[in-house]
Design a protein around this ligand. Structure first.
Ligand code: DCP
Ligand code: MG
Length: 369
């Protein structure tokens, strides 16, 4: 047997799979009249419109994206077709892709209906090569579900997730242990977990453009500058991410948040953002078939200080109106004089017990929450 250094033996094999333009691809699959067309799922061209859940690749060519107000989508592409979401169908496809994953491993951590981490260090079929497993999974999704997925293969979750996004659609990207550090050094700061537009521009103003630049800072400098995420930056630029794939993670809360390109200092601007965010939260709750009793508003200020305020209800909530009104009234109770807000978020928690067991995914998991 050839000599294998111990460090090599302990490498995990992680795959991150993410379906391509998920809702839109399902609609194009089931309704061929949408094939080759610019379509968006969610939102509507009339009235308040709400936001777009996702856009077909044809629509993305016009600059249309997830979470964009419908009005903006129409401005970018007047011919865009609005399609009503069919959550039950997406849920069914999601169950089927998880069944495909389960042929290879039970260590599956879904992040949303269309995305999951798989730990295939010891795969059930003894295939061994994570790249081969990723190829087989992609092929099974194509053959059995007539959809495409993109895969990232690496030795940790962070790099696998970035990799799955690199060659979309229908991509397969492998970043092996010997290339992780070089890869992280070249990675633009925007791609780092927790770096929104504001942090990115703050980093750039300090001459920090890539992982290489971040690597020149000490751990305490990073923590001082970027709060608790700084600790994660320190490790990940060195290729270290020891988070396990967690197969039975319960949903404790589900929500959405946004970091703004400029700090908000008027209540009007904040209200406007809360409207958008509550529409996203309501979508996601529907997506996961969840209702909760507690609504939490989260704010992060320009000085990185953060606070949350919650309100609980006797009954289960999932309606956008209630979420929006509650978030606004929680905001009204705060003394916002002279405060600048860089992030707003709304989440629901305190789910109905039965649902809580059935579902094991949060939409955008936060590393340190
Ligand atoms: N979704 C949503 N609201 C968002 C983002 C996404 O409702 N702000 C829904 C619609 C997407 C699905 O979740 O189809 C999966 O999200 P992704 O971020 O993976 O986006 P897509 O699969 O649509 O596109 P991509 O090919 O970039 O993964
Ligand atoms: Mg996707």
């Amino acid at each position: 047997m050839p000599f294998v250094p111990e460090a090599k033996l302990s490498h995990k094999k992680i795959i991150h799979i993410d379906m391509d333009a998920f809702y839109a691809s399902v609609e194009q699959r089931d309704f061929p009249e949408y094939l080759g067309k610019a379509i968006v799922v969610g939102g509507s061209p009339e009235g308040r419109g709400g936001v777009v859940a996702t856009a077909s690749y044809e629509a993305r060519k016009f600059g249309i994206k997830s979470a964009m107000p419908s009005k903006k989508a129409v401005q970018l592409c007047p011919d865009v077709l609005f399609v009503k979401p069919r959550f039950a169908v997406y849920k069914e496809v999601s169950t089927k892709i998880r069944e495909i994953f389960r042929r290879y491993t039970d260590l599956i951590e879904p992040l949303s209906l269309d995305e999951a981490y798989l730990d295939v260090t010891n795969d059930k079929l003894d295939i061994g090569s994570a790249i081969d497993i990723a190829k087989q999974i992609k092929q099974a999704i194509k053959d059995e579900l007539k959809l495409t997925a993109s895969a990232g293969v690496s030795t940790n979750k962070f790099v696998a997730k970035i990799a799955s996004d690199m060659n979309k659609p229908d991509g397969l990207t492998f970043i092996g242990p010997s290339s992780i550090e070089a890869f992280m050094e070249k990675l633009p700061v925007e791609k780092f977990f927790g770096v929104g537009k504001v942090t990115a521009s703050k980093m750039k103003s300090q001459g920090l453009h890539t992982g290489f630049d971040l690597k020149q800072l000490t751990e305490s400098e990073l923590i001082k500058n970027f709060g608790k995420t700084g600790k994660f930056f320190y490790q990940i630029v060195r290729g270290i991410d020891n988070r396990e794939v967690q197969p039975h993670r319960e949903t404790k809360s589900l929500g959405a948040e946004d970091t703004f390109s400029h700090d908000l200092d008027t209540l009007e601007e904040m209200y406007e953002q809360l409207e958008k965010i509550s529409s996203l939260v309501a979508n996601r709750l529907q997506n996961h078939n969840l209702k909760g009793r507690t609504i939490t508003l989260k704010l992060k200020f320009s000085d990185f200080k953060q606070l949350t305020r919650s309100q609980s209800f006797p009954e289960l909530i999932s309606e956008q109106d209630i979420i929006e009104q509650t978030a606004k009234s929680l905001l009204n109770e705060l003394d916002m004089a002279g405060k600048k807000v860089r992030l707003l978020g709304i989440s629901l928690s305190n789910f109905y017990q039965q649902e809580r067991k059935a579902i094991n995914t949060t939409y955008q998991p936060t590393l340190f929450d």
